[in-house]
Design a protein around this ligand. Structure first.
Ligand code: ATP
Ligand code: MG
Length: 350
């Protein structure tokens, strides 16, 4: 007799047969980045997600063959290409911890201002009264703590969890860099270690209740950002690019990756888009905006065009990013909130 029926919840099946997550993922029901809730049944998931194209009979046949024989069907995506049970567990944990939304900031290539955009998002949301934390997912780089001027080490009061240090403005920040004896020390990590560390940054850190946990991902569209994305219950992704980065191509690759993981691209930020000169005119140093191409490639809106601004570089280097204000960074927040997974009432900052 079939052990699994369509009215069982996806999470109960994954709990009992963890590798069933890989079968669900094959049918477009991966759990980390989409919003499959703990109470969703297989039937509801199959009809609600995957555009209604999920063949329930085929899914049930594969699930039951696995439950009966303990053998997974052939040609499943690799375990690390699916969010799987771990992702679902993390989603439950996010709810438990009171973290409403996990937003990842990603780019196709390095040095385009990803960390800066992660910082500006956190600062702008905090200014509007949202509860925000920043998780530095780029475990080899010191950008986030440096930009916020945070050097304090996280401390543990119970020997199990860590209290993250806070920025001047009260934003909790967790970064591998804060745990190293010396800033700038080289860290060589293998994939599973990275996943483990990032999960712990999420699960074992006392973030407190947060509206948004902003995650700065490592550069690229290969293993490094993928590993971090899979380790966390990411709700939405902000893609950062620059006009010269052969933007459309790089963005297309990033878009593919996010989609593969079942994620939602909230918007694109074009950084270093132009320079404003004292007479009020602008120069597009890196060539004309790729805005339209990006929107077409990603099917997501351009939520900000940020100029090259010496003040950004100066404040970021001095650990004072929280003092930065500009109409463009304001626009970033307004547009972000318009696209954000769930709108919150705007509470005035105390
Ligand atoms: N719009 C800007 N105006 C001036 N300086 C900028 C701007 N955006 C970023 N920078 C500076 O450029 C450098 C690279 O930015 P950032 O570290 O944010 O890039 P990244 O994409 O996170 O890089 P990585 O790939 O190494 O993680 C930093 O020194 C930052 O202060
Ligand atoms: Mg960075």
């Amino acid at each position: 007799m079939a052990q699994i029926s369509p009215d069982m919840t996806i999470s109960s099946v994954v709990e009992r047969w963890p590798d069933a997550a890989r079968i669900f993922a094959r049918y477009g029901l991966s759990c980390a980045s989409c919003s499959i809730s703990k109470s969703e049944t297989i039937m509801a998931g199959a009809t609600g997600h995957g555009g209604g194209r999920v063949k329930v009979e085929d899914l049930m046949r594969d699930l039951n063959a696995y439950a009966d024989s303990g053998k997974l069907p052939d040609n499943l995506p690799a375990a690390n290409a699916t969010a799987g049970a771990a992702g679902m567990k993390m989603r439950g944990m996010a709810e438990q911890k009171g973290i409403k939304h996990v937003i990842a900031v990603m780019s196709g290539k390095g040095g385009v201002g990803k960390s800066l955009v992660a910082g500006l998002l956190a600062v702008g949301l905090k200014r509007r009264g949202f509860r925000v934390g920043v998780l530095d997912g780029d475990i080899t780089g010191p950008s986030i703590p440096r930009m916020f001027g945070v050097r304090e080490k996280p401390v543990s009061s119970d020997g199990k969890t860590l209290n993250p240090p806070k920025s001047r403005g009260g934003i909790p920040i967790m970064s591998m860099n804060l745990l190293l004896p010396e800033e700038g020390e080289a860290v060589i990590w293998r994939g599973p270690m990275v996943s483990g560390a990032i999960r712990q940054f999420f699960s074992d850190v006392q973030w407190g209740e947060l509206d948004y946990l902003i995650v700065d991902l490592p550069p690229g569209t290969s293993d490094a950002p993928l590993t971090v994305m899979q380790a966390l219950p990411v709700d939405g992704v902000v893609l950062v690019t620059t006009p010269q980065a052969l933007a459309a191509m790089v963005v297309t690759k990033a878009v593919k990756l996010v989609k593969q993981l079942g994620g939602d691209i909230l918007g694109i930020v074009e950084n270093m888009a132009y320079v404003r000169i004292p007479d009020g005119s602008t120069i597009e140093v890196f060539g004309p905006s790729q805005g339209l191409k990006l929107v077409i490639a990603s099917n997501a809106p351009l939520i900000a065009k940020i100029p090259i601004d010496p003040e950004i570089a100066r404040l970021a280097d001095a650990g004072l990013i929280e003092s930065y204000e500009s109409p463009e960074s304001e626009e970033l927040i307004v547009n972000f909130l318009e696209r954000a997974p769930e709108k919150h009432p705007q509470v005035p900052v105390a």
